[in-house]
Design a protein around this ligand. Structure first.
Ligand code: 5GP
Ligand code: ZN
Length: 114
């Protein structure tokens, strides 16, 4: 999509700090990290949110999780652990409408719901 920030990272029109790339997936550092290590993983195919992605790019969901597995294993993060988060819509706090998966790592993260 022409006016999508993350699509511009995929096309190379805008630069970002890429940590992983293959045919289907791009992984890059979040510009405002919420943990010592904070990455965003996306399918190169544009969808607006995870529900739309499940309808039109479900293979992309698998590809993103495979990429996260590959990256975190190589980076040694599988040993210490990490968190994957996807926000959807207003109440979910989604601000960028190209589906993305936050990978938070590098420190002990707070527990949910407390
Ligand atoms: P959301 O709130 O939609 O779940 O997450 C959007 C994420 O994109 C936020 O964590 C935010 O810090 C990140 N972000 C926003 N603008 C940029 C940018 O220009 N570059 C990078 N690398 N991340 C960005
Ligand atoms: Zn996009």
């Amino acid at each position: 999509m022409s006016d999508c920030l993350f699509c511009k990272f995929v096309s190379g029109e805008l630069k970002t700090d890429i940590v992983f790339e293959n045919d289907q997936v791009l992984g890059f550092k979040d510009i405002y990290p919420q943990a010592k290590e904070h990455y965003l993983f996306i399918s190169k195919k544009h969808t607006e949110n995870i529900n739309e992605m499940m309808s039109s790019d479900s293979e992309g969901v698998l590809a993103v999780y495979a990429a996260i597995k590959e990256f975190t294993t190589e980076a040694g993060l599988s040993d210490t652990g990490f968190r994957v988060v996807t926000n959807l819509g207003r109440d979910g706090g989604q601000t960028i409408f190209h589906t993305h998966f936050h990978v938070l790592a590098g420190e002990a993260l707070g527990s949910f719901g407390s």
